[in-house]
Design a protein around this ligand. Sequence first.
Ligand code: RNT
Ligand code: ZN
Length: 412
Amino acid sequence: MNRFESAKEIYAKHGIDAEKALADLAQVTVSVHCWQGDDVGGFDSDDALSGGIQTTGNYPGKARTPDELMADIDKAFSLIPGKVKLNLHASYAIFDGNRADRDALKPEHFAKWVEFAKARNIGIDFNPTFFSHAMVKDGLTLSSPDEEVRKFWVEHGKRCVELSDYFAKETGYPCVMNIWIPDGYKDIPADRLSPRLRFKKSLDEILATPYDKSKVFITLESKVFGIGLESYTVGSAEFCLSYSTKAGIVPLMDNGHYHPTELVSDKISAMLAFNEKIALHVTRGVRWDSDHVVLFDDETKEIAKEIVRNDAIDRVFIATDYFDASINRISAWVTGVRNVQKALLFAMLQPDAKMKELQDASNFTELMVLSEEAKTLPFGDIWAEYLNRQKVEPDYLNIIKEYEEKVLVNRK
Ligand code: RNT
Ligand code: ZN
């Protein structure tokens, strides 16, 4: 008997169907962020990364052009099992001499990405880019008191809704469009309400753009603070959650966007109780929203468990969001996305029914013993079988090293 068959038997003894887990995981789509490949640089301007987010490190091989980024994404996708989507930012517009500012973006500026997605039969998710641009004034965009600035960003949001509609139509896959603004203050503001009311008004204006609600899902991402914006965040958790509920859009939780003792894994069930759909940015914050590569760690597993055991795979849009410039960027992509998938598989291989029963019987002694036992079941053999069936190399490091030597080191 091979290792998978024997592992499957061990799981079966716990009433867990490993074949079903493999089949279920193969149906889950993870939206892979394009911005790991070039340190959130984008192609629409030379403006430095702003908005209170930061990449650190200068590992060689950063993608400098759309062709390089596409080649790197292809390399990463070839090493990632299962279903993926491509998560783009507006700053990744491809102009080919036909420049447009963010308030005037059109489908033609993303035609190459659509071609890329179609050729790979994948969907596109999208993000307006409210940072790294000269119209970010005093750290503010949609909440700016300067009407010209606020309007510019409202127009950007509207263009992005139209583009999301175009992506959904062209690819045939739904498009998740996520709104996140960096707006905030470094020091204590005198008026916390007005910026939030302006943000609210701006969102209302953006959402008034017609779009196909069955194909485009607009999400709103909150945040606790950004670098240089420590004292006040316009789009706080309470603001974004309240707005999403009221406007009927989808709330998005990034697990780097809370105080360090708050856990998104614990928030998921609360959100599921009130929202048909929710969205996640899976990341790893080290002491702050540092956007380290996602690991197969306790919180990632706990997040996955909350999706799986609440039967919410079809209700949660799962996207990755991290950017590490200190290691090989393709390895960062593959490692992080595989870890999200591993965590989901791990969650699908838990004795959930039995554990729920023990909780309801208030049998916390047995619950602890069983859940500890489940941690050391032969999970690795099931994951190896998944990679095998998906026809992706388990040993991706050597393939990436070869790509680094042949391609990445030549990018000076
Ligand atoms: C920033 C947010 C946001 C960005 C991306 C690039 O703190 O997490 O999602 O990381 O839009
Ligand atoms: Zn995020």
